[in-house]
Each structure stands twice: as C-alpha cells, then as structure tokens.
Design a protein around this ligand. Structure first.
Ligand code: SAH
Ligand code: SF4
Ligand code: F3S
Length: 459
C-alpha cells in the first residue's frame, strides 16, 4: 500500500497524524509525498472554524473525482470525522474510512475491512500507546491529555474530542525517554487545557501530579527544551509560573488565550474568568519570569460584541503587551451554544475589527521583538532556510530565526546566535561559538539572493 496523509488543524492533529502514520508504516505501508502516487489518502481534519471544514470539502471533491478514474481508498480522521456534519460530508464524497479522534488505533482494522469502516468510539488504549519517535527530527509533540471539560459557548472541540482524559504520568515519561534517546531537543506537551492536567472532571486523579509538578518532572528528563500548549486562564495557577521559572528546561514562553478583553463578552463566551483575573495571571508570570514571551488567542466579532467591547480587547492588548497573537474572526459552528442562541455579526464589521487588531499586534510584535536585538539566544535550527546558505529555526520564545550557515554549524541542531535584526515576524542572527565570537560564515552564503545584504533590509 502506498499511503499519503494530509493534515489540517492544530498541533494535536499533527501528533495524531504522526501516530497514525507510524501505525501505517508498521502495517507495511510506504508513505508517499503526493496524492498521485497514493492508493490510500487519509485526511486529518479540523472543525474549529468554517474555513478548515470548507478546505476538507474541496480536497474530498478532488479525491472523489480521482477515485472515479482509478483504485483509491479515501480516509478521513480527526475532529470533523466525529461530527454529524463530517459524517454527512463523508457520505457525500464517498469516504471509505472514517476515524474519530479517539479511534485512531482502529486504522489497521479499517484497512482490512472490505466495507466502509466508521470508527467513532473513544478507545482507552490510545492513552497507553507510545508512537515511535519521529525520524530525523529535533522537535516532537507529546499529547499529555485529550478532550476538554470546558464549555466555551463558541467552541466545537468538547463535542469533537469529548471530555478531558489525562494520560498517566508514567506513559508521558516513557514517551519522553524514547524522544530523548532519539536525539529530540524540543518537546511540546499538548492538551486543550494543560493546566487542568490530572484534574479530569474537576477532581484530582489519584497518583497524578498537578501540571506544575509534571513540568518539574519532565524538566528533569534530560530534554533540553520543554514547551506546552494550550493553557486555559481558568485553570492557570501561580505554581505553574513558579515551576516554569525554576525549571531551566521549560522555555520562557506562555500561550495564554484571552479571547476578549471585555468582561461582558467573556461571560457570554462562558470563559469563567474576568479581565482582572486574567491580568493577575500575567502579573504572576512576569514575577516568576520577568522576560517571558507572551502569546494569546483572540476572537473578534463574537456575537453581540460592541465597539466598546472591542476597545476593551485593544486596551487589554496594550496592558499586557503581547509578543504575538493568533487572531480569529468568530466563526459560528453548528452544534455550539453561541450558534444556537446568538446572531452572527456582519462579516464586514468582523473583518474591519480584525484589521484594527492586526495593526495593534504588529506594533507590539515589532516593539517586543526589538528588545532581543543584540542579545544571544539559544536557537534550535531545523535545517536549510528558503534563502541559499542559510539555516532556519526558532528561539525558546518561538521566534522564527534565520542565520547564515557557519563553520561548526552546517546543519540542524541546538546553537547560540546573536540576534542582529528583528522584524515583527522574525529574527535574523549570526551563530556564535562558546567564546562569544561569531562563527565564520560558509562560502556559499548569498546575502543578495536572500535580500539580506544589510540586516536593515529586514526591518
Ligand atoms: N483549548 C484551547 C483552544 C482550542 S481552539 C484553549 O482554549 O486555549 C484554538 C483557538 O481557536 C481558540 O483559542 C479560539 O481562539 C479559536 N476558536 C475556537 N472556536 C472558534 C470559533 N468558533 N470561531 C473563531 N475562533 C475560534
Ligand atoms: Fe481543530 Fe480543535 Fe480539533 Fe485541533 S482540537 S483539530 S483546533 S477542532
Ligand atoms: Fe474549546 Fe474552550 Fe475547551 S476554547 S477546547 S471549550 S477550553
């Protein structure tokens, strides 16, 4: 079998795709790079907004055409697969295999089945399953919990991924060991709401550490960099900030989605915290990690959001001074409370507010990134950059970095770089050795080709 996978959505989906891909390989499949070469195409889907759903529809449309001309098995997995909406789409586009986010280990049975196979039950074995480490990669994801116990009124995730189930710490540490042995340098712990780790349905699970304790445990694993996503402010506690500050391997990067700066909107979203409470968390983070890089998620144009509410979001942005933000236009999702109960705002109004927020984000990112100019940062280089003679990677704070290849640092790895220029989106730097001196650049460096003849060209 020649199999090809297409992945949409968040990092949890990337982890799940890796898991299923390793299953496919163990079943004897060859993974191929394009649909043309494949006799099995599996799409990992996202349902969080309308756009990723439209994308899946269009890809499935093409696949159905292709299937009419040759032998092709079509599979659909992930969040959309779990929804009635996704199942209708699957029927329409003649999908053969459908696997919900809890049924990924059914892939073997699905491929053996001569009939259409739909696996939609959550199987507990998934929690004990340790996928092999990614081959030749320095970065890996590690899912520490699945599902979500919150009920934000706009969000489809609790429906697609079910209630929160934390993975046993022993499984997490075992998986971490396999990653360490494989040479992985950076691990991102994943969950919809990692701060609630070990507290499924709100109750503490016997034998499970809290998230802060887990951070200290994984911090001692030998992996040089630990990151995590996503935090929910409701479950954020000061001991998480303290554990981060005290655990050198845990990166000084916090992604704490606020969604809105208006208490009125936060209540309608059922986010379970106030603006003031959120700002307390930010203050705690800054007490324990004065230089922390702060990122957030913001939804603009939630139903009923007034100009005044939106101003509250803008002023919160200024008050926190975020390093970066993922900004979304509210997308009504069938099956969510806000879809049922509230009227969507006009598209133009939502777009106009998003544009104003983007201006704010760019101003702040430029300002916040500029503070790194001239500093030395630990960079994880992944490999060749788009521009000749360069490597690309990222900092502990998740800033993308480009550096010229240098003697002693020709390929992927963990290095130190002096940041020579910053933009709102990225850093440009030079690699330095243990003595603090710049490493000499390899001869195939082509500054003109990269548009980098002067670092100022980047600004
Ligand atoms: N569990 C995570 C986020 C999951 S979804 C958390 O709460 O932090 C990722 C982001 O998508 C959310 O933070 C939110 O900003 C956005 N999002 C979720 N549902 C949305 C919707 N219906 N419309 C627009 N954005 C949405
Ligand atoms: Fe999309 Fe949410 Fe599912 Fe991730 S968990 S794939 S963001 S719907
Ligand atoms: Fe969604 Fe809120 Fe959970 S955004 S994933 S219901 S924390």
């Amino acid at each position: 079998m020649k199999a090809h996978m297409i992945t949409y959505g968040c990092q949890m989906n990337e982890y799940d795709s890796h898991l299923v891909q390793s299953q496919l390989v163990s079943l004897g499949a060859d993974m191929v790079d394009s649909v043309d070469q494949a006799d099995f195409v599996l799409i990992n889907t996202c349902a969080v907004r309308g756009k990723p759903v439209d994308k899946v529809r269009s890809v499935l449309g093409q696949l159905r055409k292709e299937k009419a001309t040759r032998r092709l098995v079509i599979g659909m997995m992930g969040c959309l697969a779990q929804l009635e909406e996704g199942q209708q789409i699957a029927r329409k586009f003649e999908v053969d295999i459908l696997l919900g986010p809890g049924s990924l280990l059914d892939i073997g049975a699905a491929l053996e089945s001569s009939e259409r196979f739909w696996g939609l039950n959550f199987k507990d074995e998934l929690h004990d399953h340790i996928p092999p480490p990614p081959v030749g990669k320095l970065q890996a994801h590690l899912t520490i919990m699945r599902g979500c116990d919150h009920h934000c009124t706009y969000c489809i995730v609790p429906t697609t991924r079910g209630p929160q189930v934390s993975r046993h710490p022993d499984q997490i540490l075992r998986e971490l060991d396999t990653l360490l042995e494989a040479g992985v340098k950076e691990v991102t712990l994943l969950g919809q709401n990692v701060n609630a780790y070990g507290f499924d349905t709100g109750a503490k699970l016997a034998g499970y550490p809290s998230f802060a304790e887990l951070l200290r445990m994984v911090g001692a694993s030998g992996i040089p960099r630990i990151k995590f996503t996503t935090s929910h402010p409701m479950n954020f506690t000061e001991d998480v900030a303290a554990a981060m500050g005290q655990t050198p391997a845990v990166c000084e990067f916090v992604h704490l989605p606020v969604q809105s700066g208006s208490d009125r909107v936060l209540r309608r979203m059922a986010r379970e915290y106030s603006r003031e409470k959120y700002l307390t968390h930010i203050a705690q983070i800054r007490t324990h990690m004065p230089d922390a890089v702060l990122a957030t998620d913001i939804i603009v144009g939630f139903p009923g959001e007034t100009e005044e509410d939106f101003q509250d979001t803008l002023s919160l942005y200024d008050e926190v001074g975020y390093d970066s933000a993922y900004m979304f236009i509210y997308s009504p999702r069938p099956g969510t409370p806000s879809y049922r109960h509230f009227q969507d705002l006009p598209r133009e109004l939502k777009t106009e507010r998003l544009q104003r927020l983007i201006v704010k984000q760019k101003e702040w990112s430029a300002r916040r990134n500029a503070r790194f100019q001239g500093t030395v940062q630990e960079v994880l280089l992944r490999g060749d950059a788009y521009s000749a003679g360069h490597l690309e990677g990222h900092t502990r704070g998740n800033h993308p970095v480009v550096v010229p290849k240098a003697h002693g640092a020709e390929s992927a790895g963990l290095y130190r770089a002096r940041i020579t220029a910053t933009t709102p989106h990225m850093f440009y730097g030079e690699l330095i050795g243990a003595d603090g001196q710049a490493l000499s650049v390899l001869p195939n460096f082509e500054p003109e080709a990269a548009g980098l003849s002067s670092p100022l060209a980047m600004l």
